[in-house]
Design a protein around this ligand. Structure first.
Ligand SMILES: Nc1ncnc2c1ncn2[C@@H]1O[C@H](COP(=O)(O)OP(=O)(O)OP(=O)(O)O)[C@@H](O)[C@H]1O
Ligand SMILES: [Mg+2]
Length: 274
């Protein structure tokens, strides 16, 4: 089981959209996925049509009350499960901060999943701030997947994230954390700016940048209000196909964990070389 924190301290860059739709696309390819909504805004939760379920979040397990396994709910898609967020989670920031092992609460909470082997990947949808919840995500994760928007200042934000990963490693909180990948989102093919930003980020970060770039798509922004991932909402559109391609590239980058049938579904015509 691999734990992937989908994180960027900047707001509105496509973290939740990527968590929900990458998760759904990985499940479509036959992988068992758990999405954990770590953001008290609960955007991932409502994007998957779940709302207003007080008591069903990671809040209690994070504070040592009960197990994560009691908080896992199915989604519309086979193999795709979620631990929703609720408003209690906002209070968790303060309460966890008072606990002795406050940086490793999430890592502790995820331990039962490591042993029972139910999931292939756990995706953590992080809030856009460097608070306790995001710190816990970085301390628990094997890698960071960072969506960034194709706009000015993309590089500056990334430099901060690279520093953050180094700090987490150096602090001893999580020596194995890696910046696993950068996903460029909301690419607008009508503007030169988007292409310029992508090539600038590639110049600096090379292979860490995913080949697949997620296009700006109205359908992707509409899907959450219908409580559906893009694969259900607009299964044949550009957004769905982009997230399917992202899922295939993600699996290729995690080849030892990915099963052969999933990889064989990558069309030869697609250039997903790293
Ligand atoms: N590829 C895209 N095309 C068009 N709209 C998009 C795309 N990706 C995300 N959006 C929209 O942009 C907004 C921000 O996206 P999202 O919620 O995924 O970002 P986030 O990083 O999770 O934000 P936050 O920091 O608030 O958690 C949302 O309204 C979402 O629907
Ligand atoms: Mg979000």
């Amino acid at each position: 089981m691999k734990i992937v924190a989908i994180a960027n301290q900047k707001g509105g860059v496509g973290k939740t959209t990527t968590a929900v739709n990458l998760g759904s696309a990985l499940a479509e390819l036959g992988h068992r996925i758990l999405l954990i909504d770590l953001d008290p805004q609960a955007n991932a939760t409502s994007s998957l049509g779940l709302e207003g379920m007080d008591g069903t979040s990671l809040y209690e397990p994070l504070l040592g009350d009960g197990s994560i396994t009691e908080k896992i709910l199915p989604t519309e898609r086979d193999g795709f499960f979620i631990v929703p967020a609720d408003l209690d989670l906002a209070g968790a920031e303060v309460e966890i901060a008072r606990m002795p092992n406050h940086l490793t609460r999430l890592a502790e909470t995820l331990k039962p999943l490591q042993t029972d082997d139910t999931f292939d990947f756990v995706l953590l949808d992080c809030p856009p701030s460097l608070g306790i919840l995001m710190s816990n995500a970085l301390a628990a994760a094997d890698e960071l997947l960072t969506p960034i928007q194709c706009e000015y200042f993309a590089l500056e934000g990334l430099v901060k994230i690279v520093r953050l990963v180094e700090q987490v490693r150096d602090s001893g909180a999580n020596g194995r954390l890696e910046l696993g990948g950068i996903v460029m989102t909301m690419f607008d093919s009508r503007t030169n700016l988007s292409s310029q930003v992508v090539s600038e980020v590639r110049d600096h970060f090379g292979e860490r940048v995913y080949e697949i770039v997620i296009p700006r798509s109205v359908r992707l922004s509409e899907a959450p209000s219908f409580g559906k991932s893009i694969l259900e909402y607009d299964p044949n559109g550009a957004g769905a196909n982009a997230y399917r391609a992202l899922a295939r590239e993600f699996l290729k980058r995690h080849a030892p964990l990915a099963t052969a049938p999933a990889l064989s579904q990558t069309p030869a015509s697609e250039n997903l070389e790293m």
